[in-house]
Design a protein around this ligand. Sequence first.
Ligand SMILES: [Mg+2]
Ligand SMILES: [Zn+2]
Length: 186
Amino acid sequence: MTRERPIKLYVFDADGTLRRTTVEGQPCPNKPGEWELIPGVRERLEQIDWMRAGFGVASNQGGVGTGYMSREAAHRLLFDMAAAALGSAPPAGSIEMCPHAPYSNCPCRKPRPLMLRRLMHRFRATKGETLFVGDMERDEEAARRAGVRFLWAHEFFGWERPADGEARPAACDFPDGDATGNATNR
Ligand SMILES: [Mg+2]
Ligand SMILES: [Zn+2]
């Protein structure tokens, strides 16, 4: 049995990991009132001693780059989500967001690891001390490229893994569709 180092920095994806949309047919929230925390998130995060561990969010917000919302609005939604999940305002610098459109070849969009690296640097956590929790393959790939630990959201939060084809929270991102609800990604 390997003894793992304690986690010093927990980083979470947003959509499909901490929050889900409440607007039917829309994969992601574009404004306040269009989202809720996924049940159980708050309770699970309460189990973590945030005096000892850092908190971060790393979210692709391609809807900014494609014009569905402003950068400020997207950031505010993530901030409010983090505050709801933690029960208090998230630490300064804890929200990392890629506002660029898909396929814009920016340096930060997951699966690129830049957002994770920024958080690790800011919160002085090594690769082995950092855990990224996400719901998509691009999250797992970003963790792999950053060299950090990874858990699927359903593992971390103890959800039943959804069956194939079952409706589930979609990412606020749309490799094959758009933010109006035509997303075809998982
Ligand atoms: Mg997601
Ligand atoms: Zn970007």
